[in-house]
Design a protein around this ligand. Sequence first.
Ligand code: GLY
Length: 381
Amino acid sequence: MADAPSTPDVPAKPDVIVVGGGIIGLSAAWKLQNDGVDVVVVDPAPGTGATHAAAGMLAPIHEAYWGEGHILRLNLAASQAWPAFANSLGIDAVDYRRNGMLMAAYDADDKALLDNLGDLHEQEGLPVERLRSRECRSREPLLAPGVRGGVYSPLDHQVNPRRVVAELLNRVPTVPVSAAEVAPNQVTTDDGRVMTCRQVVVAAGAWSGRLLGLPIRPIKGQILRLSGPAGLLRLPVRGVVRGSSVYAVPRSDGEIVVGATQEEQGFDTRVTAGGVYELLRDVLALLPGLSEIDLVETWAGLRPGAPDNAPIIGTGDDGIVYATGHYRNGILTAPITATAVSALVQGHKTPLDLSPFSPNRFDARPSGHTPHPGHLSGVPA
Ligand code: GLY
């Protein structure tokens, strides 16, 4: 495990400035630093954006959708990068847990949706187990007796994103400013300061669109935190409940993260009565035993989404390195994105073919969005 300096020094003349202090920017900066590159992250409030809201599912299988094979392959490679990444920060420190994930269907229509996803898993050769109702409940006794069936994925894991950020902030220098303009070798901050470097990397999540003129938009996710006895919920559970998707992710300390809505509302992070109601309605239908434990937090974050749901990782025609648009999989893909960014900055071969994720694929500037099946605007996803 790498040693964590208590207060990382800000280099006077950084080689690289990373704009954005979420898990993507911080992981990229840390990888660059480990590769001997002087780096600084600029962000007015590191770790408080989408990463702070995220449940931390590392779920390439349960986040697989028809027609998104290139994203699935990136996510599978990302999943393989996680053990070493978590180990370097401290497995317990970041609460990295490899106990698989269960997706359960609430009613017959939900079961049909799950069966359809099961066909995708089979076609892609993914290692899943299709389970009957009783088998679901023996894996996760908290599930409602009426669940119709499920799919267990041993490859889908979890981590606590807030703890990952805390560890990274102990290791990576940050400057608490907003970037107003970016160029390949300089960042102009909100207060008019010009910071120069050899290479700028933009990892500003939902804000990257504004900064770069890219079709990235915020997709709001409201999320809840419950707290109960440790081990009450054994497994992370994703459910389809009357066509809506919901998940509950247990931490080692008894916290359970319940998420998340998927809403197209612009830069709006209000927590609404309707959002909280939908999450509680669906999670309690699936896991009724959670009704007695404490509701300790409500929150909302903004996922950065591109029109084709794929992340944007690569060097743009403008000379800026892009690491953004990770949509529902920012936590999962942070380590592999970090490795890719470091390779791009240093002119090395990237860990995988990044052409499907090129920032230059938006020349036609498409404005639409490809919704995931079962993820309706305004309902939990
Ligand atoms: N990755 C889960 C979510 O975006 O809600």
